[in-house]
Design a protein around this ligand. Structure first.
Ligand SMILES: C[S@@+](CC[C@H](N)C(=O)[O-])C[C@H]1O[C@@H](n2cnc3c(N)ncnc32)[C@H](O)[C@@H]1O
Length: 319
């Protein structure tokens, strides 16, 4: 159907998407849990984990008929059942098998077109041959490293680098604000980046001992951009108020010496909308909810954001 789309909210954040769609004046035709069927052409709400760009409804006569009709469109599908779970499962069993293997960090992201579908009722299929993410429901399921990184926060950098297909290169420089216990610093050090880790807390000794890591025990807000001639990666995962972080971003942007920013915006209770609007006003930047983010968003700027934007534009051009 023209002028419709489906947004899938991140797990546990349906209400964030619901509020955002309301503020964006996007009418919701039907909502089932994380599934929002909307009456407008797709944009990219911050709280959408995945978008079905071209939803179409189709009457079906039987389970076999549904599978036949989906196969006639393309090979690869994932289902997002909202009801009629048994019927969805039976249709799924008649579709070509597709194994969603956990993703190995650093490997190229899947390039085959992945469609999504559901049953609106027992006789109506809703499907979209195009979705915004190559991963089912926009969730990147990594093979985790459970031994080396001292926290699971490393998954945020893995995910953003993977989605943007932009990875740090050996001998680049990075400053990691709020680095402890050391997950992000570990990711950068594994890429052989020269990294300055800053935190008011103590860093894990194994991370501090990695060859390219320097650790300083101080506040991330005390650094002066003019003391850093060039930085390839300015990272922040500091637990702090978004407004304070926004001021810090402005200082570094003014200096113009940073090639890539990756910042976690930790959202606080009621002021979520204001914080999001603040960061959205920064031109040529993007706010993303990663599948491993909790009540927080990832803000990117610079080369990494350009690559992200290019992928969005390609996705749109193909629709
Ligand atoms: C979520 S943790 C960061 C996790 C880290 N990225 C990792 O991968 O292990 C948040 C950190 O922010 C630090 N922090 C909070 N305020 C800070 C400040 N003003 N300056 C530096 N670090 C700060 C805390 O000490 C804490 O270690």
């Amino acid at each position: 159907m023209e002028n419709t789309c489906v947004y899938i909210a991140p797990r546990f954040f349906e209400n964030e998407l619901k509020k955002e769609l309301f503020y964006l004046d996007i009418p919701v035709l039907r909502q089932y849990g994380r599934f929002f069927y909307c009456a407008k052409t797709p944009i990219r709400p911050v709280w959408a984990q995945n978008t079905w760009n071209l939803p179409q409804t189709l009457p079906i006569l039987s389970i076999g008929d549904a599978a036949k009709k989906l196969k006639a469109v393309q090979r690869n599908w994932h289902s997002h059942p909202i009801d009629f779970f048994r019927r969805v499962k039976l249709i799924e069993e008649k579709l070509p098998p597709i194994r969603f293997k956990p993703h190995t960090y650093g490997e190229p992201i899947p390039k085959t077109k992945l469609g999504a579908w559901t049953l609106l009722d027992t006789e109506t299929l809703l499907y979209s041959s195009e979705t915004s993410s190559p991963f089912p429901n926009g969730e990147v399921n990594f093979i985790e490293n459970k031994t080396e990184p001292p926290s699971r926060a490393y998954l945020k950098l893995w995910e953003i680098f993977t989605l943007c297909e932009t990875y740090p290169k050996p001998q680049e420089t990075a400053v990691d604000l709020g680095a402890c216990p050391g997950g992000w610093t570990w990711v950068m050090a594994k890429h052989k980046v020269d990294i300055l880790a800053i935190d008011k807390a103590e860093i894990t000794p194994e991370i501090q001992n990695m060859p390219t890591v320097t650790y300083e025990n101080k506040s991330g807000f005390s650094l002066l951009p003019q003391d850093f001639p060039a930085v390839d990666w300015l990272l922040s995962d500091m637990a702090c108020y978004p407004e304070r972080l926004y001021e810090l971003v402005q200082k570094w942007l003014e200096k113009g010496s940073v090639k890539n920013f990756v910042f976690t915006i930790k959202l606080q209770g009621e002021n979520t909308k204001e914080s999001i609007e603040l960061f959205k006003t920064i031109p040529n930047s993007s706010l993303i909810h990663l599948s491993c983010n909790k009540h927080e968003l990832t803000w990117i700027y610079g080369e990494i954001q350009k690559n992200f934007q290019k992928k969005l534009d390609n996705n749109r051009a193909n629709n």
